[in-house]
Design a protein around this ligand. Structure first.
Ligand code: SF4
Length: 509
């Protein structure tokens, strides 16, 4: 019989979430480094270089990889020979660990969890409660996996109940392009096949907790149907040309993971969940000897990639003197370096602005000729102006875009991922533009932010409106004033190129 002490679980959970906030798993970093080396699309290669540089900076500075430090997901495999010496439930102990991790003063993590999700949506302020999954298994230890899952990738989760005769590969290849780039590719795709709908979703999530090993599987060769499927999907998904950040390129997924389970004769449940550029998970075991120790990674494992803004070819933009004429002259794919003042705002701020305008109220800030950055930053520490502050998924702001452009005087937006038809039409009609920053490079982006102050809606916490003063903040024109989008043209161009590359390889050219 093993006795697990309450403080050991709490301390281990707290350490684990702090650890994964700033250290990518080394297998992920190796796979991303290889993708960077092999990438031939300049835009995708640049985006991967930013993610790798960000990763190293975060590991060195012990700061979060992404501004979205995730919802805490914990898998527990509890041995039947374990006894707890604890005064609270396992859920309460896990929550206490999460609370301590997310409110740590040296490296505060962003609290993203909202209570009353269908109603008031009030931030719990400490990222609790965690989502905890339990298994009771043979043995006398407690195996724990902690994962921090960002909203951008969780929002792209899919579930389908296929007919038994349907093709899983066809469904994945048809569905993945509809998920857009909000999951910050390149990442890892997890599939759960079989069981019941809820079992398939859990399998998909759990599949993402294992190491990236598709290259060794390619070398060894598939030995069962699931491994065949992994290899087939990995190859076919990467011919879609989606690429890093959806900009078009050779690598969309670094691995495809699959777990399966027996299912009903009438059913073929298939769940799909992506892991993003902020892939974060750690595994440990409690055996009664104390709290788990997280082994610090060796920074030599990070590839020697140091991204710098391209000051020679990028266009410098003075945000404090920006005009509609200048915005309408930007072209898709153009690299810009922004300097000056910009506002921030995301979901809750847009909703409030919309409500205020509908009620005929005056807005607390003047958006005339200003740019808005879709972001919810991490709180700063030390002499930082702001903590990691990467872009959030712009598509969620699509329904507010026409209102913002036509009723507030806003002239451009910065976010991540593609825009939908409704937003692109509003951008075109108003000679505006949408700029993208790299999702998953939040700490790197924050280095360009020289000052930050809340200017409206302070009660919204990380969703408040800030005014940022930035210097040479790197962005790319993703939708121009004519409505051309790099998220359409990039993948289209690279899908064609990949088919030519594949043909040339087959012909030995
Ligand atoms: S990398 Fe992208 S999807 Fe992942 S947590 Fe960060 S912003 Fe969200």
């Amino acid at each position: 019989m093993t006795v697990i002490q309450e403080e050991d679980l709490i301390d281990s959970i707290a350490d684990a979430f702090q650890f994964i906030s700033c250290y990518h798993p080394v297998d992920y970093i190796h796979a991303l480094g290889e993708a960077w080396q092999n990438e031939r699309s300049p835009a995708a290669r640049d985006a991967i270089a930013q993610i790798l540089t960000n990763s190293r900076l975060c590991a060195e500075g012990r700061r979060p990889i992404c501004q979205d430090t995730g919802i805490a997901v914990v898998f527990l495999r509890v041995g039947m020979e374990v006894r707890w010496r604890a005064t609270q439930s396992v859920q309460a102990m896990v929550d206490e660990g999460v609370r301590r991790a997310y409110t740590q003063v040296d490296n505060p993590l962003r609290a993203s969890v909202l209570l009353d999700p269908a109603g008031a949506r009030k931030n719990s302020r400490d990222n609790t409660p965690a989502v905890v999954h339990y298994e009771i298994v043979e043995g006398d230890t407690v195996d724990v996996i902690c994962a921090a899952k960002g909203g951008g990738s969780e929002n792209k989760s899919r579930l389908v109940m296929l007919n038994p005769s349907d093709s899983i590969v066809d469904w994945v290849l048809q569905t993945l392009p509809t998920m857009g780039a909000g999951w910050c590719p390149p990442g890892i795709l997890g599939l759960g096949i079989g069981g019941t709908p809820e079992k398939a979703m859990l399998l998909a999530k759990k599949s993402l907790m294992s190491q990236v090993d598709i290259q060794s599987l390619k070398t060894r060769g598939a030995q069962n149907r699931i491994e065949e499927l992994r290899l087939e999907l990995y190859e076919k998904i990467n011919t879609l040309g989606i690429g890093a950040q959806g900009l078009g390129g050779l690598t969309t997924v670094l691995d495809v993971k699959i777990l399966d389970y027996p299912t009903h004769a009438a059913s073929l449940p298939v769940a799909m969940i992506p892991n993003c550029a902020a892939t974060r998970h750690v595994h440990f075991q409690l055996d009664g000897s104390g709290a788990a120790k997280m082994a610090l990674p060796n920074l030599e494992d990070w590839p020697q990639v140091t991204w710098q803004p391209d000051t020679e070819t990028a266009t410098r933009v003075n945000l404090d003197a920006l005009t509609k004429e200048e915005v309408s002259a930007w072209r898709p794919g153009q690299s810009l370096l922004l300097s000056g003042k910009m506002f921030t705002g995301r979901d809750a701020a847009h909703q409030r602005i919309s409500n205020m305008l509908a009620a005929g109220e005056k807005l607390p800030i003047d958006f005339n000729n200003r740019v808005i950055y879709y972001v919810g930053p991490v709180d700063p520490v030390g002499d930082e102006a702001v903590g990691p502050a990467g872009p959030t998924t712009a598509t969620r702001m699509d329904k507010f875009t026409r209102m913002m452009l036509e009723k507030t005087g806003l002239i451009a937006m910065v976010g991540k991922a593609e825009r939908g038809t409704e937003a692109i039409a509003a951008i075109r009609d108003n000679n505006s533009a949408y700029l993208m920053a790299v999702g998953g490079a939040a700490y790197l982006v924050s280095k360009a932010i020289k000052s930050a102050r809340v200017v409206a809606f302070a009660d919204l916490g990380m969703e408040a409106v800030y005014e940022f003063e930035v210097e040479d903040m790197p962005v790319t024109v993703a939708v121009d004033s004519k409505g051309s989008s790099v998220h359409d043209s990039g993948p289209h161009e690279w899908r064609q190129k990949i088919s030519k590359i594949a043909l040339a390889d087959r012909q030995g050219i």
